[in-house]
Design a binder for this molecule. Structure first.
Ligand code: 13P
Length: 342
């Protein structure tokens, strides 16, 4: 059960509904300045406040009508929330004018989980309610928090699953208290040498601990979104699975652990190729079986890779890069409806 005020529940459900409209998904462009460093330097782009602003402005000013046809919301980094376009308009306002909802990554990154071997947890709970109240005031309506898990013979440990579930649950209740929809991201990384059955086992365990804990913390599930990885064999294994097998295993893990009260499951792309991220999402939606949630995308790299490398930091490449972004977004949108032909 939830202890939230009915008016607050209604507000959260309304935000979820707008974010998960049919055929729409989210663009995650909340990379920290340091994680953009590698990607920008590969392209010879200097990484500074202005170049990051130019890049994000290029993405957000892609054709208004088309962008909002495929993208309902964008996850921002703190810096972007307080940046203005070259015309002096706040970037959050640029998004709103395109009918796209601004959201904000509120975790402060990974840190070692002492007591476990080579596993992480995520920090950022300090002052989280105050930060969320401020972000809501400044125009953001949803948040994201990412915990990661690695698959090996001994991991994820029960300690990591329990600790991260508690962190995610605390995050979710705090955000909901500040009228923000939490996107709960338990990212099971696909690095390692294991087959898809081992991945399925881990996904089931992680989500079952997570939802038990969300229940204990009285998270309002109808006002939250799950952002998981798809169930895939490890990248170091030589196994190749068809999209149908990936869809079957991903849906099995979700069916066994995620309550139908959760309105939407928005997948991360997790380093899959642009093509795979579309084909696999399409297979998930085309798969016949129980699917009580909206199944769509919240992609970072799979939406941005080609747009960024087309842009290359040059204003004259902006419209070409925007066309590339819209093309990727359209393909993801079709996959979210299960009607992609690619
Ligand atoms: P990818 O789609 O590139 O995995 O990123 C999504 C994201 O927001 C990770 O936190």
């Amino acid at each position: 059960y939830s202890e939230l005020d009915p008016a607050l529940c209604k507000e959260l459900r309304k935000i979820v509904e707008a974010l998960t409209a049919p055929g729409k998904g989210l663009l995650a462009c909340d990379e920290s300045p340091s994680s953009l460093e590698d990607r920008f330097s590969e392209l010879g782009v200097e990484n500074n406040e202005n170049s990051r602003r130019d890049y994000r402005e290029m993405l957000f000013t892609a054709d208004k009508c088309q962008l909002s046809q495929y993208i309902s919301g964008v996850i921002l980094h703190h810096e972007t929330v307080y940046q203005k376009s070259t015309d002096g308009i706040e970037l959050t306002e640029v998004l709103r004018q395109s009918n796209v909802i601004p959201g904000i990554k509120v975790d402060k990154g990974l840190l070692p989980l002492f007591g476990a071997k080579n596993e992480n947890t995520t920090e950022g709970l300090d002052n989280l309610q105050e930060r969320c109240i401020q972000y809501k005031h400044d125009g953001c309506h949803f948040t994201k928090w990412r915990c990661t898990y690695t698959i090996s013979e001994t991991t994820p440990s029960l300690l990591a699953m329990v600790a991260n579930a508690n962190v995610l649950a605390r995050y979710a209740t705090i955000c909901q208290s500040a009228r923000m929809v939490p996107i709960i991201e338990p990212e099971i990384l696909n690095t390692g040498d294991y087959g898809i059955n081992r991945a399925l086992e881990v996904h089931e365990e992680v989500y079952s601990v997570l939802f038990r804990t969300l229940h204990e913390h009285h998270v309002y599930l109808e006002g939250a979104i799950l952002k998981p990885a798809m169930v895939l064999p490890g990248v170091q294994s030589s196994t190749n699975c068809t999209p149908q097998i990936i869809a079957e295993h991903t849906l099995t893990a979700l069916q066994r652990t995620v309550p139908p009260a959760v309105p939407a499951v928005l997948f991360l792309s997790g380093g899959q190729s642009d093509k795979d991220s579309v084909v696999n999402l399409n297979a998930i939606n085309a798969y016949e079986g129980k699917k009580p949630w909206t199944l769509s995308f919240c992609y970072g790299r799979a939406l941005q890779n080609t747009a960024m490398s087309t842009w290359k930091g040059k204003r004259e490449n902006a419209s070409k890069a925007q066309a590339v972004l819209l093309e990727r977004a359209k393909l993801c949108s079709e996959a979210a409806l299960g009607v992609s032909e690619s």
